[in-house]
Every structure is written in structure tokens, then in C-alpha cells.
Design a protein around this ligand. Structure first.
Ligand code: GDP
Ligand code: MN
Length: 361
């Protein structure tokens, strides 16, 4: 689960990382209740789960006089399609230098890997790509409770000792929270010390119950329906409905849609061994996504039998065109059933996606 900035910061504080003082509001009028604690110079930050938020206009400077209007303008915005439901108002830091630090897992070495850059901030991706301003990394055994001192020095170079300490505290967060990612960008020095100006934390879903963290995601009706049937389902904003089996095949279908210039309306993985009833529910579910103009069914029969898939598609009886590619176990029988009902079928994933992009206009 990806935490929002203010949630991540609350966990960072518990490990001794300093954060700017702040107030969270879910409506601009709410600020009136907190006027006494609003700093003269503030940063107003949309709490949305979106990368590149600052560059997209989600981080604004304000004063005590303009803070309400500034917050209102954020509440009226969608950032990369995500509506702003919460805004964090923080004291503005007097930033001297911006560093970058992130901790994740090196899946090959099966160890934590820490990345550090002396030039953090919103352009970190370009910094890393251009090779200007080194991004250093170290890996070490996760059995250690602290990053060894010599590795910290190697990682942080000439950065102040407090920066090194904060990096180690971030590792404490990472380790104790079973994080998949813990990041501070920028980690800043100011005349009053080192602060995490931003915070990112992704916690392994398998660890949420242990930590007593409730999943904070609000499901849509369709997502709830999908959960009932055990589908992996995510709604997107395109026009081509996608049904696949296996996360890899379904994801590749999305990639191919993008490649041919189309836009997927969803990701739906029916899972292994889907029978006709599951397929029927999947087709009806995707047909119900309002933006869907055409559905691609891309299934590989293994344990899943293609004749069952065909029966499910036919039973769904939806109005939107369904274009099918089925291969593997009982494919011929499935294709025969669909052909009788006049469904369009194509032999490869490439063809079926190309066709769907055409139909989606
Ligand atoms: P992101 O775009 O979602 O990563 O948002 P950040 O929270 O990292 O903010 C983006 C940028 O805004 C930072 O890199 C800083 O340059 C600037 N910024 C954020 N907070 C402050 C602050 O308290 N003071 C100053 N001067 N700049 C800030
Ligand atoms: Mn940031």
C-alpha cells in the first residue's frame, strides 16, 4: 500500500526524522479553524498518490494571507486525473540544499539497496539519466539493524553528519515497516537542521495486518464486485476493455494497446482455471465500465479451457463488441462456438489488439 505524504511523515517522525510542522485539511474552509497555527510563510501540498506532483502544480507557496485561496485552488484541481481530497499546509522551510535518498529491495541480491544523490529535488530522474551529479548506491545484509558507518560515509560523501543520521533513520522505517520503498526527496538542510521535506512510503500489503494498518483505499462498486469474484481488476481511463488470464499476459495486452495508440479502460486478470461463469462475470463487469467501446479477451488455455471461455463470453451477452483471441486447451472447440454466434476472432495477440484499437476509433 502506498501511503500519502502526510501518512508517511507520521511514521517517519516516530523514528526520529524531523518533518516540517503541518496541518491537514479536507476543505479550504477548515483552515479558518487553524488560523493561529498557520505559519507566515507556508507550502500548500495536494495529498495525491501521483508522481511528479510538484511539476504538475500540486505544490504551491503561500503566505498566511493567501493560504485559503491557494488551498481552494488545489481542491478545485485534478492532478494527472486524480481529484484533490486532502491538502497539507506546512511551514515553509528555508532550504539550503536538497538531497535525495531512497531505500528499496535489490531483488537479485535479496538485500536492501540505498540510493543517495547530492542533487535531489524534482529533477532527480533527469539527474540520474544524464549522469550529472552522481547517484550512489550501497547494498548490505538486512540482518543489520543499522547501516554500517563506513557504508553511510561511502553513500553520503561530504553531506553533513545529520544527513547520514537521517538516512539511517529512514532505514529503520524501511526495516520496521516492511517497506517496499522508503524515500525522501528532497531531504533538506536548513539553518535549523535537517528535514524530510517530502515523504514516500510503500508498505508490503502482506504486512498491513501485522502493523494494524487498515487499507485506506475506497473501492468503487465495480472494484468491490471484482473482489467478490477474485479478479485482479483496476479501472483505467481509456476505451478498450481488457480481459486476460495471468498478470503477465494481461499487462502485455495493455502495453500492446498503448503501442498501437489505443487506451485501455481496465486491467482484468480472471486468474487461473476460469470457468464459463467467471468469464461471464468478467465480461459483464468490463462492459459496465462507462468508457468501454470494445472489449479484448486475450486468454491462453492451460488449465483454463477455451470452450469454457467461449461459453462464458456468449452467456454474458453484452452489447459492446467483444474481440477474442483464445489459444491452447480446447481452442478449436471454443473458436467454433464463438464463430457460430458471429464473434470476431483473431489468431494472435498482435492482431486482436490492432483490431480493437481500430474499432475503438
Ligand atoms: P513532489 O513534486 O511531489 O516530489 O513534491 P515535493 O514535496 O518534493 O516538493 C517539490 C519541490 O517543492 C521540492 O523539491 C522543493 O524544491 C519545493 N519545496 C517543497 N517544500 C518546500 C519548502 O518547505 N520550502 C521551499 N523553499 N521549497 C519547498
Ligand atoms: Mn518530492
Amino acid at each position: 500500500m502506498k501511503l500519502l505524504e502526510y501518512e508517511a511523515k507520521q511514521l517517519f517522525v516516530k523514528e526520529g526524522i524531523r518533518i516540517p510542522s503541518g496541518i491537514l485539511v479536507s476543505k479550504h474552509e477548515e483552515i479558518l479553524l487553524h488560523m493561529d497555527s498557520i505559519p507566515g510563510k507556508a507550502v500548500v501540498k495536494a495529498q495525491v498518490d501521483v508522481g511528479g506532483r510538484g511539476k504538475a502544480g500540486g505544490v504551491l507557496m503561500a503566505t498566511k494571507d493567501t493560504v485559503i485561496d491557494t488551498a481552494r485552488s488545489l481542491f478545485n484541481m485534478t492532478i494527472k486525473g486524480v481529484p484533490v481530497e486532502r491538502v497539507l499546509i506546512e511551514e515553509r522551510l528555508d532550504i539550503q540544499h536538497e538531497y535525495y535518498v531512497s531505500i528499496t529491495i535489490d531483488r537479485v541480491k535479496k538485500q536492501p539497496v540505498i540510493l543517495f544523490a547530492e542533487t535531489g529535488g524534482v529533477d532527480i530522474e533527469e539527474t540520474a539519466r544524464s549522469g550529472k551529479g552522481a547517484v550512489r548506491s550501497v547494498t548490505f545484509t538486512p540482518l543489520l539493524q543499522d547501516i554500517p558507518g563506513f557504508l553511510l560515509r561511502e553513500l553520503c560523501g561530504d553531506a553533513p553528519a545529520d544527513i547520514q543520521k537521517t538516512v539511517n533513520r529512514l532505514y529503520h522505517v524501511f526495516r520496521s515497516r516492511d517497506a517496499l520503498l522508503a524515500e525522501i526527496n528532497p531531504l533538506v538542510t536548513t539553518p535549523t537542521g535537517v528535514y524530510a521535506a517530502d515523504a514516500k512510503l510503500i508498505i508490503d500489503d502482506n504486512s498491513l495486518a501485522r502493523q494494524g494498518i487498515a487499507v485506506n483505499r475506497d473501492l468503487t462498486d465495480r472494484e468491490r464486485e471484482a473482489e467478490k469474484h477474485g479478479f485482479s481488476f483496476v479501472e483505467l481511463d481509456g476505451t478498450i476493455g481488457v480481459i486476460g488470464n495471468g498478470a503477465g499476459l494481461t499487462m502485455s495486452t495493455l502495453d500492446l494497446i498503448e503501442y498501437y495508440g489505443g487506451k485501455a479502460a481496465d486491467f482484468l486478470d480472471v486468474g487461473g482455471g476460469a470457468d464459463s461463469e467467471r468469464v461471464m462475470h468478467a465480461v459483464r463487469l468490463v462492459a459496465g465500465v462507462p468508457s468501454v467501446k470494445v472489449i479484448v479477451v486475450n486468454l491462453l488455455g492451460g488449465i483454463t479451457r477455451c470452450d469454457e471461455v467461449a461459453r462464458g463470453i456468449i452467456a454474458a451477452g453484452v452489447m459492446v463488441p467483444v474481440i477474442v483471441r483464445i489459444a491452447g486447451t480446447n481452442a478449436e472447440e471454443g473458436q467454433k462456438l464463438l464463430a457460430e454466434k458471429g464473434y470476431e476472432m483473431l489468431d494472435t495477440m498482435d492482431h486482436v489488439v490492432k483490431k480493437a484499437v481500430e474499432v475503438s476509433g
